[in-house]
Every structure is written in C-alpha cells, then in structure tokens.
Design a protein around this ligand. Structure first.
Ligand SMILES: [Zn+2]
Length: 48
C-alpha cells in the first residue's frame, strides 16, 4: 500500500450544520469558510 500525504477523502467540516466536504489537500477540521470564522472567534476570546 502506498502512503499518501493527503487526508482522507470525504471528510466533512466540523462546523455545526456545515456540509462542506473538505478537500483531501485540506488537513484542517473546518472548511475554508469556517476556518476563518472559528479563528476570529478564538481571537476575540483571547485577551489582547
Ligand atoms: Zn464549514
């Protein structure tokens, strides 16, 4: 069996109700849309 550097096929975005299928080249748990949103929220919770 060959080892690939790509992620599993057909992974879905972990964001609630999001049905986006993540690209095999996207190793994040969120789609590009929610990755930005989650990142922003996270920043707001962290004191500057
Ligand atoms: Zn998403």
């Amino acid at each position: 069996m060959k080892k690939t550097k790509t992620s599993l096929k057909g992974r879905k975005c972990k964001f609630p109700l999001c049905k986006h299928i993540l690209s095999i080249y996207n190793h994040e748990t969120f789609c590009h849309v929610h990755l930005g949103q989650v990142g922003q929220e996270y920043k707001q919770k962290v004191p500057a």
